[in-house]
Each structure stands twice: as C-alpha cells, then as structure tokens.
Design a binder for this molecule. Sequence first.
Ligand code: GRF
Length: 218
Amino acid sequence: MNVKADNPDGKTAIGVLASGRGTNLQAVIDATASGELPARVTVVLSDNEDAFALERARRAGVQALHIPPGRFRTKLEPEIERRYVEALIDRGVDLVLLAGFMRVLHGDFLRAFPDRIMNIHPSLLPSFPGLNAQKQAWDYGVKVAGCTVHLVNDTVDGGAIILQRAVQVMEDDTPDTLAARILKEEHRCYVDAVGLFCRGRLKIEGRRVRVLPASPSA
Ligand code: GRF
C-alpha cells in the first residue's frame, strides 16, 4: 500500500465501525476538525444501537448508522456484512477504521477494502490478542504494555503492524489504571497511523509496513 486518496477535496474519506463508547473515534474526529488529519469521517456504523460512538458522530455532524448485526454474537451475518460494505462504498470511503468494533470481519469485507482497514488493539501484539488485552497483560505480569495499530486480515488481531506505543506498568497499577494509560496512547497512535495513511507514507512489504519519510513539502 502506498496510497493517497484522490478525493476531489484531497481529503481521505474515513468510515468508522464502533460498538461502544468511541473514544478512539473521537480522537480521529478531533484530529480532522483541527486540521491535523487531511481527512474527514464520512460515516460511523455500529452494530449496537446504544453505542455512544453513534452519539459522538451525530454531535460532530457525521452520519451515524446502526445496522443490526443479525443472529450471531461475534460476527455479522453475511447478508448484513454486505450492507456494511455497501454503506461504506456508497459514501466513497477510502479507509475503514475499526474502533472498538466487537465483531470479526470476513473475506468479502476484507476484499472490498484491501489494505485499507485498520484496527487499534490495546496490547503490544502479537502478545495478548483478543478480549481484555490490558487485563491479560496485567495478569501476566509484564512490565511494559501498550497498543498496536494494525491492518486487518482474516486472523483476529493478526494483521501487519503499522505503529505501536509502549507504556510502563507501574507497581500500583490495577487493570483499570493500566487500561486508562494505554487508552491515552491509543488515541495518539491511531491518529498518527491514520495521518501516515492519508499522506501516502505507508508501504506494505509482506508482514512489514514501512513508514516512508515525509516529503520535504509536507
Ligand atoms: C480500545 O481499547 C481499543 O483498543 C479496543 O477497543 C477499545 C475501544 O475503546 N479495540 P473506544 O470505544 O475507542 O473508547
């Protein structure tokens, strides 16, 4: 991937999938509003009607759609997954961000946005994939924890790594205090990764995502 969006306004169109409170979504919205990101969030999709992420989108003037997930607990029904893809394609989305989206995406979705789906995970992958990663890390007794932005492939939390940020685990941490410290880094890390995408600075070489130098004019 060495992508730079070709939208008429020169901005990358972002679609976000979120199931919950949406603080990472908010960080991205704020970075588009401040001009830090040459991007706009075009649509937010959620499987959860009550997701505060939907409310954050509305407050920012971003279209917010609840698309019920169907009968499965950890994935979307195939027909419904197609509706998610259509909703994103119809709005000209260049980059899909998973921001606390609690369902696994399948082949058709991944093929619709090759190398254009990112996820943020609250651990230093490949350690602690899956749910409750911060608690997994704390329970394990690691001294350094962190977060990872990665491309999404067909393995849960297994795609090529774009950026990572580390945080120290303190002696008096609880899983909650550790998660809060990681979350602050997540917001920074996600915005930075999206910025690299928007500026055409990510190049995929197998499992390695190279960050290209900034062009002198940038
Ligand atoms: C974050 O910890 C993210 O890493 C994980 O889900 C959580 C979502 O939090 N995938 P928020 O909804 O962005 O506040």
